[in-house]
Each structure stands twice: as structure tokens, then as C-alpha cells.
Design a binder for this molecule. Structure first.
Ligand SMILES: *Cc1c(COP(=O)(O)O)cnc(C)c1O
Length: 363
């Protein structure tokens, strides 16, 4: 039976899919979890009670409103989305990446980003059977603008994704470099602002100045990763096409009600983000003080750091044995060899991480 199934799979599942490994999420049971850019804070008790009251009124027997109008209104107000721009929602911004790529997919077309960057750009390009081009970043993970412009000229990408700030490097590219890419791109440019709550700049208010610019955001890193909600903002001409590809009920009733409630109380999330930004600086200074450890500048809620040559895997393993889970990027090779990424946690979690790292690199 399984042989027959395997034979059919070999015949029908595309080779590009068969060659992929499923997205692996490591088990964090019992560990200090600093691997996934989650906000470590909960809500005050009264807020949880008020939220649960809201959920009492949610009609689980009805399909959600396919346009999520109330949530979009709240997002417009809280995020400051320019009034003349359109908004569509995704089940996480991952789904919006998928929607954009599906709408632009055609064999032979190119999706372009930088290397290293967010892995889903490459993955979803593969699902859609399109070609992915990742242009290596330059010194200190800055955008290599001449190389990027040359690659756009050569490959004519249907869409360019730039994470602003970038993941996994944490830095924000220079604004003039990004503007040069937007101006020269033959197709769409998606600025992925997943880390906007922790960054000093945004292109949200630049929407409308370019015919090919859209901005994507998510509430995940802000403290609502469990809800799965991303939003895409930009000209109606693009977004009305993407809206045709979006599944009609992609934002469930619990997410619509809960995100609307949370964003109406955004001061709580804002205070948490401000604390995370402060603790990021404390953490960066402490990392810089450890022998052989080099942190990179970050405008996100994580820090990328380099350890002495050849020690990346051992440091990751040593931390895990000490009860702290971070992200090991060393295996990706290239500029990320011996690089690890730590999410900014609660102060006591950061302390525990630093103490363990100090012991491991001191060995
Ligand atoms: C985490 C992350 C996302 C995914 O966000 P979700 O809304 O949780 O799907 C998108 N882009 C970047 C750059 C990220 O780091």
C-alpha cells in the first residue's frame, strides 16, 4: 500500500515540492524560549477578563465577515495607515506573501530579495514554481545597492521583497538604498515591516508616492503571534487584485474579535514594545562585553551575534543544555556562519541567557 502511494507521489507531486523539507519548529518544552521573536509579556488580569467578555459575544456558528471591516478600521486608526490607501488582511503575513506571489505567478518569472533574509520568500516562490533570486548583502549586512540594481536589470523580478528591518540580521537598510530599489524595480516592491514596533523608520507614510510600493505588517512580533494576523497596505489597484486570490474567510471570528480588542488597548502593547527596545540595548551592550562575541546593530526585537570561528553549533548546543533555546543560523553558511539569533525576552530571561552564554564561550 505505502509502496503504491509512494509511486503515485513520485509521479504526481512536483519534484520541487518533494525536494523540500517541512518547516521545522523545535520543541521548547522546559526551555527559556528566545528563538521566535515572540513578545514575552502577558496582559494585566483586568484586560484578560475584558477580552474574555468580548469573546462571549462572538458567533462561532456564523462565518466571519469576509472583509473584517471593524478590524480594518481599528488597524487604520492605530497604525496610522493613510486614508486613501487600501488594506487587506492575511492569516499572518506569511499568508499575504503567499497571496502576492500567487497573484503574480507565472512560469519563468522571478521573485527577488536579499540573502540572508526571511526564508518564506524563497519557500513560497518554490511552492508557486517561480524562480527565486537572492542578492547577497554587503558589508555588515547592508543592502548592496549596485549589485541589487544590476540583478533587477538582469532578472526583471515581478516582485521584490525587502524586510525593513531585515530578519535574521536585525539591521534596517538605509532609506536612500531602499528608495533606489523602489524607483528602479520593474514590478512590485513589498516592504515587509514585521518589526515596525521596534524600528526607527517606516515606509507606511510613503505609500502613494510610488505606483509599485506596498507595505506589509503583522501583529505577531508586537505580541499577538498566536492570533495569526498580517496586513497589507497600498494602492487599491494592486490590493483589489490580491483580494481576489485571498480566501474569503481567512481571518476567523476569534482573531477578528481578539485583534480588534487588543489594538483598541494598544497602549499595553506599545509599553511592552518600548520595554523590549530598552532591554535590547542592555542586551547588546552585555553581548559586546563577552569575549569573542560580536553583536550586530538591531532595530528589531532580536539580536544577531557572531561567536568565535567554528564555535556556532557548539555554542547553540551549550545554551540548549543550559536550558536556553535560541536560533542557530550557523548551518545556513555564508555570512551567517557562526551566527546565532536571540530574541529579547524578559529581563530575567535575558540574564539567564547571558549567564549561560558567558559560561559557554568562556570554555
Ligand atoms: C516573523 C516574520 C514574518 C511573519 O509574520 P507572521 O505574521 O507571523 O506570519 C514576516 N516577515 C518577517 C521579516 C518576519 O520576521
Amino acid at each position: 500500500m505505502s509502496d503504491a502511494a509512494n509511486e503515485l507521489v513520485g509521479q504526481w507531486i512536483r519534484p520541487g515540492i518533494r525536494a523540500l523539507a517541512a518547516y521545522h519548529v523545535p520543541d521548547a518544552t522546559g526551555l527559556v524560549k528566545l528563538d521566535a521573536m515572540e513578545n514575552p509579556y502577558h496582559w494585566p488580569r483586568e484586560l484578560v477578563d475584558a477580552w474574555l467578555e468580548v469573546l462571549r459575544g462572538v458567533a462561532l456558528n456564523r462565518y466571519p465577515d469576509p472583509r473584517s471591516p471593524q478590524l480594518i478600521d481599528t488597524l487604520r486608526r492605530v497604525a496610522g495607515i493613510p486614508a486613501e490607501q487600501s488594506v487587506i488582511l492575511g492569516n499572518g503575513s506569511d499568508e499575504l506573501i503567499q497571496v502576492i506571489i500567487m497573484a503574480l505567478a507565472e512560469p519563468g518569472r522571478v521573485v527577488m530579495s536579499v540573502e540572508p533574509s526571511f526564508v518564506m520568500y524563497r519557500m513560497i516562490t518554490g511552492y508557486a514554481d517561480m524562480n527565486y533570486v537572492g542578492v547577497p548583502l554587503g558589508e555588515d549586512f547592508a543592502l548592496d545597492t549596485p549589485a541589487f540594481l544590476a540583478a533587477m536589470k538582469a532578472h526583471r523580478p515581478a516582485v521584490v521583497f525587502l524586510a525593513y528591518p531585515n530578519n535574521p540580521t536585525g539591521n534596517r537598510f538605509s532609506r536612500p538604498d531602499v528608495e533606489a530599489v523602489i524607483r528602479a524595480a520593474p514590478g512590485l516592491v513589498v516592504l515587509d515591516e514585521a518589526y515596525a514596533p521596534f524600528a526607527d523608520d517606516s515606509f507606511l507614510s510613503d505609500l502613494g508616492r510610488y505606483p509599485n510600493l506596498v507595505v506589509m505588517r503583522t501583529v505577531s512580533k508586537q505580541g499577538l503571534a498566536g492570533l495569526r494576523l498580517g496586513y497589507l497596505c497600498g494602492p487599491a489597484a494592486w490590493l483589489s487584485e490580491f483580494d481576489k486570490v485571498r480566501l474569503p474567510y481567512n481571518i476567523n471570528v476569534l482573531t477578528q474579535a481578539s485583534a480588534d480588542f487588543a489594538l483598541a488597548h494598544h497602549h499595553v502593547l506599545d509599553e511592552q514594545a518600548a520595554a523590549i527596545r530598552r532591554d535590547r540595548e542592555t542586551l547588546a551592550r552585555a553581548l559586546a562585553g563577552l569575549p569573542g562575541v560580536t553583536p550586530y546593530p538591531s532595530e528589531a526585537n532580536f539580536i544577531l551575534f557572531r561567536v568565535p570561528a567554528g564555535r556556532g553549533d557548539a555554542v547553540f548546543q551549550g545554551l540548549k543544555e543550559a536550558g536556553v533555546l535560541i536560533k542557530n543560523l550557523s548551518g545556513q553558511g555564508g555570512a551567517l556562519t557562526d551566527c546565532l539569533r536571540v530574541t529579547v525576552g524578559r529581563p530575567e530571561e535575558n540574564e539567564r541567557f547571558l549567564a549561560a552564554l558567558g559560561r559557554v564561550v568562556g570554555q
